[in-house]
Design a protein. Structure first.
Length: 169
């Protein structure tokens, strides 16, 4: 991302002191704005390189999973895989960047929509909330040790203990 900032030399002089310090303030503000834009675009570029992926245990292979099946699993409407193995869902906190990325990129929901669907399932007595984990390490540990479990992490955090699910449209 290239940011071009043009600083104009405003011919402003304070009529009482004949001071041109207002020009210096504008330059300082422009410089701060420019630096903020450069550093924020660098941070955004680093986080956008990592892709979010759905994972399951390395010993469990459900094959390709459609996006609709994945949505049903994470909304807790589907409780068993095709082979009859129970599904155990692990998620991060709603406020985490991984959760937001998973909802938007994989499920193609907003996190709030997923929360509303889960609330509806729980309050109607038809389901329960997925188990929430606090860290990537905890996600990896639980997914690898629970047959039929599913979760999500960034692809640069994947270990050999888990398998990345193939998602079909």
């Amino acid at each position: 991302m290239v940011v071009i900032l043009i600083c104009y030399e405003f011919p402003y002089r304070d009529p009482y002191t004949d001071d041109i310090s207002a020009n210096m303030n504008i330059r300082k503000i422009s410089l701060i704005f420019l630096l903020t834009m450069v550093f924020s675009s660098t941070c955004i570029a680093k986080t956008s390189d990592a892709k979010i992926v759905a994972i399951t245990s390395a010993t469990f292979n459900p094959g390709p999973v459609s996006r609709n099946i994945l949505r049903a699993i994470f909304v807790m409407r589907l409780s068993k895989w095709n082979d009859g193995t129970p599904v155990k869902v692990y998620v991060f906190d709603d406020a985490s960047s991984a959760h937001e990325a998973f909802c938007k990129e994989i499920l193609q929901f907003f996190p709030k929509q997923l929360r509303q669907a889960l609330d509806k399932q729980v309050f109607s007595g038809l389901g329960q909330y997925p188990e929430q984990v606090d860290s990537v390490t905890e996600m990896l540990t639980k997914v690898k040790s629970t047959p039929g479990s599913i979760g999500y992490i960034y692809n640069d955090e994947v270990s050999e203990d888990v398998r990345i699910l193939q998602i079909t449209p």
